[in-house]
Write a protein that binds this ligand. Structure first.
Ligand SMILES: C[S@@+](CC[C@H](N)C(=O)[O-])C[C@H]1O[C@@H](n2cnc3c(N)ncnc32)[C@H](O)[C@@H]1O
Length: 264
């Protein structure tokens, strides 16, 4: 019987881009743009709380502490600022943490820790609630990652991820430009199974939809993003734009929020 952790890791490995295609990339296809995550965080502050925020707020006492792992620009934690006393944001990218500090703009006490989870767990204290949004698909070894989240949560861990791999929406373009069949696994179901298997806890989950930030857009920023993700060059820009316009836009992204008790 293959463990959930092994299913997760082997399915993620299938997302590796074949060497000959990668060799043609002008920029890393995997790099995340801090400006794009800043846009997400600013929008989160202007929008109604998501399922992730509500599940975090349920266990967050007035003035309590939040640990945000893979915080990016703070979309998962900054909307909790009205209740929280402190946010500790951990991210492997210092540029992301800079964006978070600018957006936080003194609305709450924020401490940042530049480091990679789970190793960075040694650098932070336990918090009332730990949130971790849109990071899991970057983590092949998910067992130790979620175990460290649980170890740092007094009351609850809230883990948000897309129902399917965040780049699955580009699969048809990979087929078009490179005649490459991309994977569809793993899914959020496998992530939930890894948590159950590793921690032996009940994992609650709720599916919800997030309006697609750039759904249906064929503006230059979106085209450049698609070009980079697909290891293409600017000569393909016109064709990318035409293809994006030709296809009915995805109006929403299917999300899953998982949560489980902390270590007390
Ligand atoms: C897609 S972004 C999500 C950011 C934010 N949580 C959100 O939902 O908007 C993923 C973030 O996780 C960070 N990251 C990825 N793997 C990480 C790891 N193992 N430890 C710490 N940060 C990580 C990246 O630098 C990036 O800022």
């Amino acid at each position: 019987m293959v463990s959930a952790a092994d299913r997760w890791a082997s399915a993620l490995a299938e997302w590796a881009i074949p060497g000959p295609i990668l060799a043609q990339a002008e920029e890393s296809p995997w790099r995340l743009r801090p400006e794009s995550l800043a846009e997400t965080a600013r929008l989160a502050l202007l929008s109604a709380p998501t399922v992730t925020h509500l599940r975090a707020l349920e266990e967050l006492p007035e003035g309590g502490s939040v640990l945000d792992v893979g915080a990016g620009a703070g979309a998962a934690s900054l909307p909790l600022a009205a209740r929280a006393g402190e946010i500790v944001a951990v991210d492997s990218s210092g540029a992301m943490l800079q964006e978070l500090l600018v957006i936080a703009d003194g609305r709450i006490r924020v401490a940042t820790v530049e480091g990679t989870w789970p190793q960075a767990a040694a650098l932070v204290a336990a918090a009332d609630v730990v949130v971790c949004a849109n990071v899991a698909y970057n983590v092949p070894d998910l067992g130790p990652f979620v175990a460290a989240l649980a170890a740092k949560a007094r009351r609850r861990v809230v883990l948000e991820l897309t129902a399917a791999h965040p780049q699955a929406s580009l699969n048809w373009l990979w087929q078009h430009f490179w005649q490459l069949e991309r994977p569809s696994a793993p899914t959020a179901e496998v992530a939930a199974a890894v948590v159950r298997e590793r921690l032996g806890v009940e994992v609650a989950q709720e599916r919800w939809v997030r309006p697609a930030l750039r759904g249906g857009r064929s503006d230059p920023i979106t085209v450049a993003e698609v070009r980079r993700r697909l290891c293409l060059t600017p000569e393909s820009d016109r064709e990318i734009a035409e293809l994006l316009r030709s296809r009915a836009p995805a109006a929403a992204l299917e999300m899953v929020t998982l949560w489980w008790p902390g270590s007390g």
